[in-house]
Design a protein. Structure first.
Lengths: 328, 255
């Protein structure tokens, strides 16, 4: 075969394909039916040209160009299998798929929760045994005043626990911070399993220690009303992030008969659904944390805030774990 | 370095070349600079227009959304290319050479947190050096890889058509060329002709003269009147079209 003539004859076709691809990659939605048809035709010709060129020449530039063009066109022509209409898929994801994943993975979620609760109990026990442990567990900037003094000051002065200004920035940074803690719990879990469990345990210890300090100092209502409303969503989110990590980690580290890749692909749908649920809950938690959580008893009585916390928590649990009517 | 071979439903093999750690780091650096720039602009504007607490909250939220959303958005909506990757001719594809699905983009960017540790993608660098497909941990978990898609030379096969007045198309020269130049050299000469467009003029001139001189010596051809580049192109066109060309390319003979 005369490769020179082959190139001379086919290069207009390749150029057409390249132009069509540029258009397709920049604005696929604006393409007409005929344009898409034409692109598929050009792609098929490029495929056979690539095979021919491979048989008759080893020229790296020519093969690279044809290979790249064919690859780009292939990506465009066969991408359809990946794409679904977004809104119906999203609705189905929220109403059916996410709860189903949580119920199927309830043992691992329970394991993650157990690690966190165990941490909480450990933290609380450490404070009950010796209140001086508090300074070893919790960063020193929390010790400017005792919980009781703090509550007294807050309840007498201002109607918000943090001022509007501080609460806004505090809330925003907290929920970005908490999303990062959740992602870290996921990533550590996915890579080491035990790392994720440890992070959950450690966060539990911190919470348990702070809670015990407020309870021992005689202001339990204040604490639960302060942390409860957003904690009811936020703490489960961290646990879910850790659980998703453990699921991924188990597939990666203990693939059994499968290859690691195949094992990963098998659990991936469950993992990312849990992570989406986690991210959404965290954003809600952040919103509550920036506003409702910051009011003292001067605005909302503590029992009301605690009741809201319990309500939020039950709603989340019911959404994720309650059996649906259409299920058996 | 190994490459990934994908067989299309048409039974054509497409070869994907994994991108190395260096270019990927540069791409991420470009993205980071853009994100930081946008966040700072938003910070300045909201600082001017809104009370400071509100402004801070908006800036932090915007920074957060950009940091986490930027890569996911462009990898799904921009055919696997963030602006940084586009600048360095990189593209993220899945293991079958197809575009990323949303969940693959989410997963590979969530694991970015780990890849970044302990600082500046330390884990990712080690992982991509150890993996034959140069994947970082996020890629391995999500089943994706980053490929190189360099700008290729658009060559139109004009050699045969252009070289109408080819002084090498004499029986003696053509016989010598066929006997003394092998297949591999033929490909090499074609590659030189294809790449000539991309060279700087000085380098192009020097290289062509050097190649021409060496072949003039080997083939015992003395036509100093032809420039080095023209000699190389003549030679290449004879190599690829040694026999009589079809009618549209034939040289009009003396009448």
């Amino acid at each position: 075969m005369n490769i020179e003539l082959f190139i001379a004859n086919r290069s207009p076709v390749w150029q057409q394909l390249e132009d069509a691809l540029l258009k397709a990659e920049n604005s696929a939605d604006a393409m007409s039916h005929d344009e898409v048809q034409a692109l598929v035709q050009l792609y098929r010709r490029a495929c056979s040209d690539l095979n021919l060129a491979r048989s008759y020449t080893a020229n790296p530039d020519l093969l690279a160009r044809l290979n790249q063009l064919t690859g780009r066109a292939y990506r465009f022509v066969y991408r359809a299998g990946h794409e679904k209409p977004v809104m119906p898929a999203f609705v189905k994801l929220i109403t059916a798929e996410i709860p189903a994943v949580f119920r199927r993975q309830r043992l691992i979620v329970a394991l993650a929760a157990a690690a966190f609760i165990l941490g909480t109990l450990t933290g609380a026990a450490a404070i009950v045994i010796d209140p001086a442990n508090g300074q070893r567990i919790i960063p020193p900037e929390f010790f400017t005043e005792s919980p009781r003094e703090r509550v007294a000051r807050l309840e007498s002065n201002d109607e918000r626990i943090d001022t509007m200004e501080k609460a806004m920035t505090f809330g925003a940074s907290l929920y970005t911070h908490n999303i990062q803690v959740t992602f870290l719990a996921f990533s550590l879990g996915a890579l080491t399993i035990i790392g994720g469990i440890w992070l959950l345990f450690y966060n539990g210890v911190l919470l348990g220690a702070v809670a015990a300090m407020y309870v021992l100092d005689g202001v339990p209502m204040f604490f639960f009303a302060w942390v409860g409303p957003h904690g009811a969503l936020e703490l489960p989110s961290i646990i879910f992030g850790g659980a998703a990590g453990i699921i991924a980690g188990r597939a990666l580290l203990m693939p059994g008969d499968l290859t690691r890749g195949a094992s990963m692909r098998r659990v991936l749908p469950a993992v990312w659904r849990i992570m989406i649920a986690t991210a959404i809950t965290l954003v809600f938690a952040g919103l509550i944390e920036g506003s409702f959580s910051q009011f003292t008893s001067n605005t909302f009585p503590y029992p009301l805030k605690i009741a809201v916390a319990i309500l939020l928590f039950s709603a989340l649990m019911a959404y994720l774990f309650a059996r649906r009517l259409d299920e058996t | 370095m190994s490459e990934l071979t994908v067989t299309t439903p048409e039974h054509v093999e497409i070869r994907l070349e994994p991108a190395g750690a260096g270019s990927r780091f540069l791409a991420v650096l470009i993205d980071f600079i853009i994100i930081a720039g946008i966040t700072m602009t938003i910070g300045r504007l909201s600082g001017l227009l809104l009370p400071s607490a509100f402004g801070n909250a908006i800036t932090i939220t915007a920074g957060f959304l950009l940091t986490w959303g930027w890569h996911v958005w462009f990898e799904v909506k921009g055919q696997g290319r963030t602006p940084g990757k586009r600048a360095l001719s990189l593209r993220v594809v899945d293991a079958r050479g197809l575009p990323l699905s949303v969940h693959q983009a989410l997963v590979r960017n969530i694991v970015r947190v780990v890849d970044f540790m302990p600082a500046f993608y330390g884990v990712a660098a080690i992982s991509s050096m150890a993996d034959p497909l140069r994947r970082r941990l996020g890629d391995i978990v999500a089943g994706t890889l980053v490929i190189r898609e360099p700008k290729t030379v658009a060559y139109r096969g004009e050699l045969a058509a252009e070289r109408r007045f080819n002084s090498l198309r004499t029986p003696r020269a053509m016989r010598l060329i066929r006997h003394r130049i092998g297949l591999e050299e033929r490909e090499l000469l074609l590659a030189v002709c294809l790449r000539a467009e991309k060279m700087s003029p000085v380098a192009r001139y020097d290289l062509m003269e050097e190649i021409a001189a060496s072949y003039r010596e080997r083939l015992d051809i003395d036509d100093e009147g032809v420039s080095g580049e023209n000699f190389v192109r003549d030679l290449t066109s004879v190599l690829f079209a040694p026999s009589v060309l079809p009618s549209k390319h034939t040289v009009p003979g003396p009448k």
